[in-house]
Design a protein around this ligand. Sequence first.
Ligand code: AMP
Ligand code: GLY
Length: 432
Amino acid sequence: MRVLVVGSGGREHALAWKLRQSPSVGELLIAPGNGGTGALGENVAVRSDDTAGLVRLAQAREVDLTVVGPEVPLGLGLVDALSAAGRLAFGPTHLAAEIETSKAFSKDFLRRHGIPTAAYRTFTDHGEAVAYVESLTAAPVIKADGLSAGKGVVVCDDLDQARAALDQMMLRREFGEAGSTVIVEERLVGQEVSLLAFSDGTRVATMIPAQDHKPAYDGDQGPNTGGMGSFAPAEIMTEEMRRAVTRDVIEPAIAGMRAEGREYRGVIYAGLILTSDGPKVLEYNCRFGDPETQVLLPLLDGDLAEICRQCTVGHLDPSAVSWHLGACACVAMTSGGYPGAYRTGYPIDGIEEAEHKGCLVFHAGTKREDSRLLTAGGRVLGVTAVGPDLDSAISTAYDGVSSIGFEGAQYRTDIGAKGLAFSASRRTPSEP
Ligand code: AMP
Ligand code: GLY
């Protein structure tokens, strides 16, 4: 098969790395790819939001299967356009992708199908939204509808902050059109877990649970980022809980989308908070997570190209999806200043040394220029390691990080600490 991966981040490097291992994959193209993906296949300079350009590429190179990484091309209808051109493409259609790209659709969908989520109300009128916020007894979360690059969410500590967020979104339109519809949501308390599943529109194969680290600094302090690191499996989600979430959150979503004429094929990602009332959905994403993919795919004991093909044609065999024992951790190394302003173009050293120590180094914001590898984005690398347990995976990943250098490099030093704390709490008997 000739396979095309769409995207340029760490997730897409991990996808390309895993697809490269499939015996059925011959040629591998990545559009546009990054400084790391070029070693696995051919980077082609077509942007991931250039739907027409990607369809032309798939036609010209007779691509058998396209695997779409990010939500933007899915929201733009890349899978619809490729299918219309007779090309297999893995991922939801434009209508199915609305489970992520429209928060208002997604919240109403959750309610229609009785899927556990935070209580919420949707507003298009600023005055009504303010009046509702003033009637609340606890500080809510305010969300702008539509995509705003992860920025359209304000988790409020008090009602003043909630009013300020409504002004920012609905009056000053700081997130653009996304601010014309705003969701005021109950603030949930608990650990966040990501549970992803493959689906062919009917059947599902749930992955192992993973945890992301969104805040920029240690101890979950600082501004939210695209993700500073991840680990899997997240044992805080027990096997029993994983089965319950599959039954109560994943399967009803797939069945609900089919019933609403939005058949969902691809990866569905449930972002959950494990509350004292049980797991509740924060959001669905219509794609693989970044950086969850970097820790899930190294543990996937299966042929990714075949799994994607099966989902795309509507015949997933869930037994094709199984998992290695052990654990995986990924530490994001970012440019100095990220997620605020940062500079790029600095040389990166030490990747080979980290690889010799047993790390998989997934590139995100990197590029090659005259055979040199340079920084080219906020998140630069995802230094990843597999181990027999989480402790050893984390140690190997940080050992790799210590080998790698570029001007201004930043990273969190506590990736996976929550997972270790959970394992330790289980080892400590709670009764004398
Ligand atoms: P989202 O863009 O919806 O994924 O939200 C970004 C982040 O905001 C999430 O990862 C959570 O950490 C936080 N968040 C969103 N909704 C809630 C909520 N209802 N309660 C608590 N935290 C939330
Ligand atoms: N890890 C968060 C996301 O992929 O949206």
